[in-house]
Write a protein that binds this ligand. Structure first.
Ligand SMILES: [Zn+2]
Length: 218
């Protein structure tokens, strides 16, 4: 299982600068950063960071609207300054306010496509063509900045709360959630069998499926 730590001040500093420059609507958001010891492996890909919405239930322990974890190993040892900035900018792009419901949400990627397809067929779909524009119009561009109250904060999740965060996280969560959707009805035993895990982990996974907001942004 992954180890969690307080994120370093360099993460907070870069995030604050990026919010002022490119994501001013996030001045109202409470964003917590946490270090994970290393990147997450997912189907052969490395995930260096992940943004997640904090649900109302979880806000009891974690007074944030979003939590973003960053791989400490990559942040401290592998990424250049420019890459660090791109990584945090990317995660912040996942964090938006929905204008229709006035709630914070995780926005999916504008473009989901294989390199080979773009190479062979160009921007063949309307998604690829208009996706970005449509998305920005719908979500952020119309948010009048006059309404931004600057009530938010960017902070490292405190040591005191990191344990709570750790207990709310499981690398199998997304897969388990998909499995639960396919199955319709999900039980601890089904999870145990599917993922070959012990009862205690399956039972805490089931609890997570029911509490933690879906669709984290990688
Ligand atoms: Zn992403």
């Amino acid at each position: 299982m992954s180890e969690w730590e307080e994120a370093s001040p360099s993460v907070i500093h870069i995030a604050e600068q990026l919010i002022e420059k490119y994501h001013p609507w996030l001045r109202d958001a409470r964003i917590g950063f946490v270090f994970r010891d290393e990147a997450q492996q997912s189907l052969g890909r490395l995930i260096l960071a992940q943004a997640q919405k904090v649900t109302a239930k979880l806000q009891v322990y974690l007074e944030f609207d979003f939590l973003i974890w960053v791989s400490k190993e990559d942040w401290e040892g592998k990424l250049t300054d420019a890459q660090r900035e791109a990584l945090i900018d990317h995660e912040l792009c996942h964090c938006v306010k929905r204008l229709d419901t006035d709630t914070w949400a995780i926005r999916p990627h504008d473009v989901q496509e294989f390199w080979q397809i773009i190479e062979r067929h160009g921007l063949w779909s309307s998604d690829l063509h208009n996706g970005r524009e449509a998305m920005e119009r719908a979500i952020q561009a119309e948010l009048p900045l006059g309404q931004v109250k600057r009530a938010g904060k960017v902070a490292s999740v405190s040591l005191k709360n990191i344990g709570d965060w750790g207990s709310l996280h499981d690398d199998l969560l997304e897969e388990a959630r998909r499995f639960a959707e396919e199955e319709g009805e999900i039980t601890v035993t089904k999870l145990q069998r599917k993922f070959k895990i012990a009862y205690s982990r399956a039972s805490s996974l089931l609890n997570l499926i029911q509490t933690v907001a879906s669709e984290p942004g990688e």
